[in-house]
Design a protein around this ligand. Structure first.
Ligand SMILES: [Ca+2]
Length: 266
């Protein structure tokens, strides 16, 4: 798995122009985070409760998010252009994916008055649990261009694809892949627009995001649905990105022979 991390770094070097592309010949067309390194090295993170667990992933190490109280756990990569963010269209991005295992989630554990305040207008813990139970949740991918004003959500541009449902707790690892046809110049089927984005049309929002992704985020839920606040115990492994043949005028990543890795769960 250490080889994979090296490959990922190779792609980063190509994208930042530090290495001339012809030196590499054929390069991989995907990169994935195995969480075999330290927590500080992990390129995808959920929050301050994150920990790396050495065994039980899909396979090997995984990112464990335990005892987090939220309506929807998520994992994200953000920051300066690297493997996971930047000019998706020029990179030729065609797919992202992640593996998720739900170890447990429990809204009944939240029975203090404070927890009710978190749930939102018109919802109590009881009816929220009945309306949006964990087994009804999909895994979604959000791609975000925040207009480089992270403190101002009013100008954000976000596109979302809602994927298949999470398994019940204890159901093992599930694999979730999302088609991201960055070469398309109109909003693809299966994608929706969120956030105001300056009032741009859906197609214009898609193009703006594909031209620059500031953050990629996998969310355990449909971002348009309000869920109850719960105590979560979740594992994440193999967040991944795949590049295709439809490359733009950006850094020249050459054709890739390696297949999209097949992880458990599909
Ligand atoms: Ca792993």
């Amino acid at each position: 798995m250490r080889v994979v991390r090296t490959i990922a770094i190779m792609i980063a070097l190509l994208l930042t122009g530090h290495v001339a592309a012809p030196c590499w010949g054929h390069t991989v067309k995907y990169a994935f985070e195995t969480f075999e390194g330290t927590l500080e090295e992990a390129s995808w993170r959920s929050g301050p409760a994150d920990e790396i667990v050495a065994d039980g992933g899909n396979p090997g190490a995984f990112l464990h998010v335990a005892s987090v109280v939220t309506d929807a756990t998520s994992i994200a990569a953000s920051g300066p252009p690297w493997i996971w963010t930047g000019t998706y269209r020029n990179m030729g991005v065609i797919e992202l994916g992640v593996d998720v295992e739900l170890f447990g989630n429990n809204s009944k554990a939240l029975d203090s008055p404070a927890s009710f305040e978190l749930i939102g207008d018109g919802m109590t813990a009881e009816n929220a649990t009945n309306d949006a139970r964990s087994e009804d949740r999909p895994v979604s991918l959000e791609l975000i261009n925040n207009n480089f004003t992270p403190d101002d959500p009013t100008d954000d541009c976000i596109v979302v694809q809602v994927g298949k449902k999470l398994p019940k707790a204890g159901g093992g690892w599930g694999s979730y892949n999302f088609h991201v046809p960055s070469y398309m110049t109109s909003l693809p089927s299966g994608w929706t627009v969120r956030a105001a984005c300056g009032g741009l049309s859906p197609d214009a929002v898609w193009n703006k995001v594909m031209e620059f992704v500031v953050e990629a985020r996998f969310v355990l839920g449909d971002p348009d649905v309000q869920y109850p606040v719960e105590v979560w115990d979740v594992g994440f492994d193999n967040p991944r990105i795949r590049l295709g043949k439809n490359r733009g005028t950006g850094p020249s990543l050459t054709e890739i022979d390696s297949p999209w890795p097949s992880f458990g769960g599909e």
